[in-house]
Design a protein around this ligand. Structure first.
Ligand code: ATP
Length: 322
Protein backbone atom coordinates (compact mmCIF):
# COMPACT_ATOMS: atom_id res chain seq x y z
CA UNK A 1 0.00 0.00 0.00
CA UNK A 2 2.82 2.40 0.90
CA UNK A 3 6.37 2.05 -0.32
CA UNK A 4 9.00 4.33 1.11
CA UNK A 5 12.05 4.10 -1.13
CA UNK A 6 15.24 5.40 0.46
CA UNK A 7 13.48 8.55 1.68
CA UNK A 8 15.52 10.99 3.70
CA UNK A 9 14.93 14.48 5.04
CA UNK A 10 17.34 17.28 5.79
CA UNK A 11 16.40 20.53 7.52
CA UNK A 12 18.93 23.36 7.26
CA UNK A 13 21.74 20.93 6.51
CA UNK A 14 20.80 18.65 9.42
CA UNK A 15 19.74 15.08 8.65
CA UNK A 16 16.53 14.44 10.63
CA UNK A 17 15.52 11.28 8.76
CA UNK A 18 18.32 9.04 7.51
CA UNK A 19 17.65 6.96 4.35
CA UNK A 20 14.66 4.78 5.09
CA UNK A 21 13.02 2.06 3.02
CA UNK A 22 9.82 0.50 4.22
CA UNK A 23 6.98 -1.47 2.73
CA UNK A 24 3.62 -1.03 4.48
CA UNK A 25 1.02 -3.59 3.53
CA UNK A 26 -2.65 -3.07 2.81
CA UNK A 27 -4.69 -3.30 6.02
CA UNK A 28 -1.59 -3.22 8.19
CA UNK A 29 -1.39 -1.33 11.49
CA UNK A 30 2.14 0.05 11.43
CA UNK A 31 3.53 2.18 14.24
CA UNK A 32 6.50 4.53 14.25
CA UNK A 33 7.77 4.42 17.82
CA UNK A 34 10.55 6.49 19.33
CA UNK A 35 11.45 9.33 21.68
CA UNK A 36 10.65 12.97 21.03
CA UNK A 37 12.53 14.42 18.08
CA UNK A 38 13.52 11.12 16.45
CA UNK A 39 11.78 11.98 13.16
CA UNK A 40 8.45 10.13 13.44
CA UNK A 41 6.26 13.10 12.55
CA UNK A 42 8.54 14.08 9.68
CA UNK A 43 8.12 10.61 8.15
CA UNK A 44 4.35 10.86 8.53
CA UNK A 45 4.37 14.31 6.94
CA UNK A 46 6.36 12.98 3.98
CA UNK A 47 3.79 10.21 3.50
CA UNK A 48 1.00 12.82 3.74
CA UNK A 49 2.67 15.29 1.38
CA UNK A 50 3.24 18.14 3.86
CA UNK A 51 6.98 17.64 3.47
CA UNK A 52 8.91 16.61 0.36
CA UNK A 53 11.73 14.15 0.95
CA UNK A 54 15.21 15.57 0.30
CA UNK A 55 15.88 12.30 -1.52
CA UNK A 56 13.92 9.17 -2.26
CA UNK A 57 10.33 8.40 -3.22
CA UNK A 58 6.93 7.81 -1.68
CA UNK A 59 4.79 5.29 -3.57
CA UNK A 60 1.11 5.05 -2.66
CA UNK A 61 -0.88 2.11 -4.06
CA UNK A 62 1.66 1.71 -6.84
CA UNK A 63 1.66 5.40 -7.81
CA UNK A 64 4.64 7.68 -7.26
CA UNK A 65 3.29 10.60 -5.19
CA UNK A 66 6.57 12.10 -3.96
CA UNK A 67 5.78 15.61 -5.15
CA UNK A 68 1.96 15.51 -5.15
CA UNK A 69 0.17 17.83 -2.68
CA UNK A 70 -1.71 16.24 0.26
CA UNK A 71 -5.17 16.69 -1.27
CA UNK A 72 -4.18 14.54 -4.25
CA UNK A 73 -3.25 11.58 -2.05
CA UNK A 74 -5.84 9.05 -0.98
CA UNK A 75 -5.24 9.39 2.73
CA UNK A 76 -6.47 11.19 5.84
CA UNK A 77 -4.81 12.46 8.98
CA UNK A 78 -5.71 12.56 12.65
CA UNK A 79 -3.56 14.64 14.98
CA UNK A 80 -3.19 14.93 18.72
CA UNK A 81 -4.99 18.27 18.62
CA UNK A 82 -8.10 17.37 16.82
CA UNK A 83 -8.77 20.69 15.08
CA UNK A 84 -12.53 20.40 14.92
CA UNK A 85 -14.43 23.42 13.61
CA UNK A 86 -15.80 25.01 16.81
CA UNK A 87 -18.85 26.60 15.15
CA UNK A 88 -19.98 23.33 13.55
CA UNK A 89 -21.86 20.45 15.15
CA UNK A 90 -20.45 16.94 15.25
CA UNK A 91 -22.44 16.06 12.16
CA UNK A 92 -21.32 19.17 10.27
CA UNK A 93 -17.72 18.53 11.21
CA UNK A 94 -17.93 15.00 9.81
CA UNK A 95 -19.82 16.18 6.72
CA UNK A 96 -17.34 18.93 5.89
CA UNK A 97 -14.86 16.85 3.88
CA UNK A 98 -17.64 15.02 2.09
CA UNK A 99 -19.24 18.31 1.02
CA UNK A 100 -15.89 19.57 -0.23
CA UNK A 101 -15.74 16.48 -2.43
CA UNK A 102 -19.24 17.34 -3.69
CA UNK A 103 -20.50 13.93 -2.66
CA UNK A 104 -24.27 13.37 -3.28
CA UNK A 105 -26.39 14.16 -0.19
CA UNK A 106 -27.72 10.62 0.23
CA UNK A 107 -24.22 9.14 0.17
CA UNK A 108 -23.04 11.79 2.66
CA UNK A 109 -25.85 10.84 5.03
CA UNK A 110 -24.98 7.15 4.78
CA UNK A 111 -21.27 7.79 5.39
CA UNK A 112 -21.99 9.98 8.41
CA UNK A 113 -24.37 7.43 9.94
CA UNK A 114 -21.80 4.68 9.54
CA UNK A 115 -18.96 6.75 10.94
CA UNK A 116 -20.86 7.93 14.03
CA UNK A 117 -22.13 4.42 14.72
CA UNK A 118 -18.59 3.01 14.57
CA UNK A 119 -17.21 5.67 16.88
CA UNK A 120 -20.24 5.56 19.22
CA UNK A 121 -21.24 9.15 18.63
CA UNK A 122 -24.78 8.60 17.36
CA UNK A 123 -26.38 10.32 20.36
CA UNK A 124 -24.07 13.34 20.11
CA UNK A 125 -24.33 14.44 16.47
CA UNK A 126 -26.12 17.72 17.26
CA UNK A 127 -23.56 18.88 19.84
CA UNK A 128 -20.80 21.43 19.32
CA UNK A 129 -17.16 20.57 20.14
CA UNK A 130 -17.20 22.62 23.38
CA UNK A 131 -20.07 20.39 24.61
CA UNK A 132 -17.93 17.26 24.28
CA UNK A 133 -15.22 15.67 26.42
CA UNK A 134 -11.67 15.33 25.06
CA UNK A 135 -12.22 11.69 24.23
CA UNK A 136 -15.47 12.43 22.43
CA UNK A 137 -13.80 15.21 20.43
CA UNK A 138 -11.06 12.83 19.44
CA UNK A 139 -13.67 10.31 18.33
CA UNK A 140 -15.22 13.01 16.12
CA UNK A 141 -11.82 13.60 14.53
CA UNK A 142 -11.54 9.87 13.86
CA UNK A 143 -15.13 9.68 12.56
CA UNK A 144 -14.41 12.58 10.20
CA UNK A 145 -11.35 10.77 8.86
CA UNK A 146 -13.03 7.39 8.36
CA UNK A 147 -16.14 8.92 6.72
CA UNK A 148 -13.84 9.74 3.81
CA UNK A 149 -13.04 6.01 3.50
CA UNK A 150 -9.37 6.67 2.80
CA UNK A 151 -7.10 3.78 1.85
CA UNK A 152 -4.64 5.03 4.42
CA UNK A 153 -5.13 6.78 7.74
CA UNK A 154 -2.17 8.59 9.29
CA UNK A 155 -2.43 9.17 13.03
CA UNK A 156 0.04 11.35 14.93
CA UNK A 157 -0.21 10.78 18.69
CA UNK A 158 -4.02 10.82 18.36
CA UNK A 159 -4.52 9.87 22.01
CA UNK A 160 -1.67 11.96 23.38
CA UNK A 161 -3.84 14.64 24.98
CA UNK A 162 -6.13 12.23 26.84
CA UNK A 163 -5.94 10.92 30.39
CA UNK A 164 -4.82 7.35 30.99
CA UNK A 165 -8.24 5.74 31.38
CA UNK A 166 -9.68 7.39 28.28
CA UNK A 167 -6.55 6.55 26.38
CA UNK A 168 -6.92 2.86 27.28
CA UNK A 169 -10.56 2.82 26.18
CA UNK A 170 -9.85 4.55 22.88
CA UNK A 171 -6.89 2.26 22.20
CA UNK A 172 -9.21 -0.75 22.15
CA UNK A 173 -11.75 1.12 20.06
CA UNK A 174 -9.13 2.18 17.52
CA UNK A 175 -7.79 -1.33 17.14
CA UNK A 176 -11.28 -2.69 16.71
CA UNK A 177 -12.12 -0.01 14.16
CA UNK A 178 -8.96 -0.61 12.16
CA UNK A 179 -9.62 -4.36 12.02
CA UNK A 180 -13.22 -3.98 10.95
CA UNK A 181 -12.52 -1.30 8.29
CA UNK A 182 -9.38 -2.90 6.88
CA UNK A 183 -7.81 0.58 6.43
CA UNK A 184 -4.02 0.80 6.48
CA UNK A 185 -3.01 2.69 9.64
CA UNK A 186 0.31 4.47 10.06
CA UNK A 187 0.46 5.51 13.69
CA UNK A 188 2.96 7.67 15.53
CA UNK A 189 3.55 7.38 19.26
CA UNK A 190 6.30 7.56 21.85
CA UNK A 191 4.33 5.26 24.16
CA UNK A 192 5.80 1.78 23.86
CA UNK A 193 2.86 0.06 25.56
CA UNK A 194 0.43 1.65 23.13
CA UNK A 195 2.61 0.58 20.21
CA UNK A 196 2.82 -3.01 21.51
CA UNK A 197 -0.90 -3.25 22.04
CA UNK A 198 -2.09 -1.79 18.72
CA UNK A 199 0.42 -2.65 16.05
CA UNK A 200 0.93 -5.43 13.56
CA UNK A 201 4.47 -4.11 13.13
CA UNK A 202 6.52 -1.50 14.93
CA UNK A 203 9.35 0.63 13.53
CA UNK A 204 11.62 1.68 16.38
CA UNK A 205 13.29 5.01 15.60
CA UNK A 206 16.14 6.76 17.34
CA UNK A 207 17.90 9.93 16.17
CA UNK A 208 16.38 9.77 12.68
CA UNK A 209 17.44 6.14 12.17
CA UNK A 210 15.54 2.89 12.23
CA UNK A 211 16.73 0.66 15.05
CA UNK A 212 14.45 -2.27 14.31
CA UNK A 213 11.32 -3.25 12.39
CA UNK A 214 9.28 -6.16 13.67
CA UNK A 215 6.10 -7.49 15.20
CA UNK A 216 5.56 -6.57 18.87
CA UNK A 217 6.46 -10.15 19.73
CA UNK A 218 9.73 -10.07 17.76
CA UNK A 219 10.70 -6.75 19.26
CA UNK A 220 10.04 -7.92 22.81
CA UNK A 221 11.62 -11.36 22.44
CA UNK A 222 14.51 -10.48 20.16
CA UNK A 223 15.56 -6.82 20.30
CA UNK A 224 18.45 -6.27 17.90
CA UNK A 225 20.03 -3.17 19.36
CA UNK A 226 20.74 -1.80 22.81
CA UNK A 227 18.24 0.99 22.17
CA UNK A 228 15.47 -1.43 21.15
CA UNK A 229 16.23 -3.65 24.14
CA UNK A 230 15.84 -0.82 26.63
CA UNK A 231 13.18 1.34 24.98
CA UNK A 232 10.54 -1.39 24.76
CA UNK A 233 9.89 -2.97 28.15
CA UNK A 234 12.44 -3.33 30.91
CA UNK A 235 15.63 -5.24 30.29
CA UNK A 236 18.83 -6.18 32.06
CA UNK A 237 21.95 -5.63 29.96
CA UNK A 238 25.05 -7.71 30.69
CA UNK A 239 28.40 -7.58 28.98
CA UNK A 240 30.35 -10.71 28.10
CA UNK A 241 33.25 -11.73 25.87
CA UNK A 242 30.95 -11.68 22.82
CA UNK A 243 29.56 -8.20 23.53
CA UNK A 244 26.25 -7.29 25.12
CA UNK A 245 23.31 -9.50 25.92
CA UNK A 246 19.91 -8.74 27.42
CA UNK A 247 17.77 -10.79 29.80
CA UNK A 248 14.18 -9.75 30.60
CA UNK A 249 13.32 -9.27 34.31
CA UNK A 250 10.85 -12.19 34.28
CA UNK A 251 13.60 -14.51 33.03
CA UNK A 252 15.79 -13.96 36.10
CA UNK A 253 15.34 -16.22 39.12
CA UNK A 254 16.39 -15.19 42.62
CA UNK A 255 17.85 -17.99 44.79
CA UNK A 256 18.91 -18.09 48.43
CA UNK A 257 21.74 -20.55 47.70
CA UNK A 258 24.72 -18.38 46.68
CA UNK A 259 26.97 -21.26 45.65
CA UNK A 260 26.66 -22.00 41.95
CA UNK A 261 24.55 -18.91 41.21
CA UNK A 262 25.39 -17.07 37.93
CA UNK A 263 25.76 -13.80 39.82
CA UNK A 264 25.22 -12.65 43.39
CA UNK A 265 24.15 -9.37 44.91
CA UNK A 266 22.24 -7.50 47.56
CA UNK A 267 18.52 -6.67 47.37
CA UNK A 268 18.16 -2.89 47.18
CA UNK A 269 14.43 -2.67 46.75
CA UNK A 270 11.28 -4.81 46.81
CA UNK A 271 8.14 -3.54 45.06
CA UNK A 272 4.70 -5.12 45.11
CA UNK A 273 2.87 -4.03 41.98
CA UNK A 274 -0.20 -6.22 42.11
CA UNK A 275 0.33 -8.70 39.32
CA UNK A 276 4.13 -8.77 39.76
CA UNK A 277 6.74 -8.32 42.43
CA UNK A 278 9.95 -6.58 41.49
CA UNK A 279 13.29 -6.99 43.14
CA UNK A 280 16.19 -4.65 42.44
CA UNK A 281 19.49 -6.38 43.10
CA UNK A 282 22.83 -4.62 43.17
CA UNK A 283 25.36 -7.06 41.73
CA UNK A 284 28.74 -7.96 43.19
CA UNK A 285 30.30 -8.88 39.83
CA UNK A 286 29.28 -5.83 37.79
CA UNK A 287 28.71 -2.20 38.77
CA UNK A 288 24.99 -2.40 38.06
CA UNK A 289 21.61 -3.38 39.43
CA UNK A 290 19.27 -5.87 37.83
CA UNK A 291 15.49 -6.00 37.99
CA UNK A 292 13.78 -9.30 38.66
CA UNK A 293 10.04 -9.64 38.02
CA UNK A 294 8.28 -12.36 39.97
CA UNK A 295 4.82 -13.71 39.50
CA UNK A 296 2.36 -12.48 42.15
CA UNK A 297 2.11 -16.06 43.46
CA UNK A 298 5.73 -15.84 44.66
CA UNK A 299 5.23 -15.27 48.38
CA UNK A 300 8.78 -15.75 49.61
CA UNK A 301 9.64 -12.96 52.06
CA UNK A 302 12.34 -11.10 50.12
CA UNK A 303 14.07 -8.55 52.35
CA UNK A 304 15.92 -5.39 51.45
CA UNK A 305 19.59 -5.87 52.34
CA UNK A 306 19.45 -9.64 51.86
CA UNK A 307 22.26 -11.25 49.84
CA UNK A 308 20.96 -13.52 47.11
CA UNK A 309 22.02 -15.37 43.97
CA UNK A 310 20.52 -14.69 40.54
CA UNK A 311 20.18 -17.34 37.84
CA UNK A 312 18.88 -17.47 34.30
CA UNK A 313 18.86 -19.88 31.45
CA UNK A 314 21.31 -19.32 28.56
CA UNK A 315 18.37 -19.64 26.13
CA UNK A 316 16.95 -16.41 27.59
CA UNK A 317 20.05 -14.39 26.72
CA UNK A 318 19.45 -12.16 23.70
CA UNK A 319 22.68 -11.08 22.03
CA UNK A 320 22.44 -7.44 20.96
CA UNK A 321 24.70 -5.08 19.07
CA UNK A 322 26.10 -2.03 20.78
P1 ATP B 1 7.81 14.40 18.74
O1 ATP B 1 7.43 13.07 19.32
O2 ATP B 1 8.38 15.34 19.75
O3 ATP B 1 6.74 15.01 17.89
P2 ATP B 1 9.16 13.40 16.37
O4 ATP B 1 9.86 12.10 16.52
O5 ATP B 1 7.84 13.37 15.70
O6 ATP B 1 9.06 14.12 17.78
P3 ATP B 1 9.92 15.29 14.32
O7 ATP B 1 8.80 16.22 14.59
O8 ATP B 1 9.83 14.43 13.11
O9 ATP B 1 10.16 14.35 15.58
O10 ATP B 1 11.27 16.12 14.28
C1 ATP B 1 12.51 15.53 14.01
C2 ATP B 1 13.60 16.60 14.05
O11 ATP B 1 13.45 17.49 12.97
C3 ATP B 1 13.58 17.44 15.31
O12 ATP B 1 14.90 17.63 15.73
C4 ATP B 1 12.93 18.73 14.85
O13 ATP B 1 13.41 19.81 15.62
C5 ATP B 1 13.40 18.82 13.41
N1 ATP B 1 12.42 19.53 12.56
C6 ATP B 1 11.15 19.18 12.31
N2 ATP B 1 10.55 20.03 11.46
C7 ATP B 1 11.46 20.99 11.16
C8 ATP B 1 11.46 22.16 10.32
N3 ATP B 1 10.38 22.52 9.62
N4 ATP B 1 12.61 22.89 10.28
C9 ATP B 1 13.71 22.53 10.97
N5 ATP B 1 13.78 21.43 11.76
C10 ATP B 1 12.68 20.68 11.86
Amino acid sequence: MIDLVQIEKHFEGQVVVHPLSLNIEEGEFLTLLGPSGCGKTTILRMIAGFETPTRGDVILAGQKVTSLPPNQRDLNLVFQHYALFPHMTVEENIAFGLKMKKMPKAEQKKRIEEAVAMTQLTALTARYPHQLSGGQQQRVAIARAIANKPKVLLLDEPLGALDLQLRKNLQSELKHLQRSLGITFVYVTHDQEEAMMLSDRIVIMNGGKVEQVGTPREIYAAPQTLFAATFVGENNIFSSDQGLFAVRPEKLQPVRELNGARVTGVIEDVLYLGNVHKLTVHLDQEPMSVTIALDFTDDRPWQIGERIGVNWSPKDEVIIGA
